[in-house]
Design a protein around this ligand. Sequence first.
Ligand SMILES: Nc1ncnc2c1ncn2[C@@H]1O[C@H](COP(=O)(O)OP(=O)(O)OP(=O)(O)O)[C@@H](O)[C@H]1O
Length: 232
Amino acid sequence: MTLLEVENAHTYYGESHILEGVSLDVEEGEVVALVGRNGVGKTTTLRTILQLTPPSEGTVRYRGEDVTGAATHEVADRGVGWIPEERRIFSQLSVEENVRVAVPDGEDVGAAIELAYETFPDLERFADKDAGNLSGGQQQMLALARGLVGNNDLLLVDEPSEGLAPLIVERVAEALADAARDTTLLLVEQNLPLALDLADRFYVLDNGQVVDEGDADETSADDERLRRYLSA
Ligand SMILES: Nc1ncnc2c1ncn2[C@@H]1O[C@H](COP(=O)(O)OP(=O)(O)OP(=O)(O)O)[C@@H](O)[C@H]1O
């Protein structure tokens, strides 16, 4: 089933025309990567899906229903989770409290915490530690865990490898692959090998437009076709 469809989205910040007719779709169970160099509109695409910056033209459909112009909390309530680039965790709360407060009302908190620790064993070791004292990689895993227990069917993950050391990037990639077993992912990522490794399909964004798309399995990170859109 098609979970998300973005059709011909045009999005502005003030007078700046950032998305110039973006179309993409995500099937249930897939990992889809959105790649492209700095400033081409990847984050804006996620913000457009969430209706944080609604499109002035075009449509966003979730599970076949038009959510264009809906309130962001309504999109979130339908099961779309967001893990922004800045990771948004509560630094004064412990790791476990961070997970706990991400569990929606009425859900089994114990089971949710168990799922979080099963998927990210490192977090269990730091359960009582203030989240603000975690390393960047651990904070990224906590942010992912919070997304995972949030009862989301689709997680929008923005630049999970950003600013992390290579070894930590590997851990985060493993964690993402684990998370992908339970949820559908739309992943914005500048690290092309990582994106292709995790994704089933990819879209390349350039200057606010989708300029290429394909099967991740059939595409190498050295592919000239992709490189020309990604090198600065
Ligand atoms: N709030 C804003 N107001 C005005 N312009 C913005 C705003 N946010 C982003 N932009 C501009 O919109 C363009 C697209 O930004 P966006 O963050 O979507 O790019 P990106 O592909 O995610 O790149 P990055 O990896 O740098 O985040 C950029 O030129 C950026 O400067």
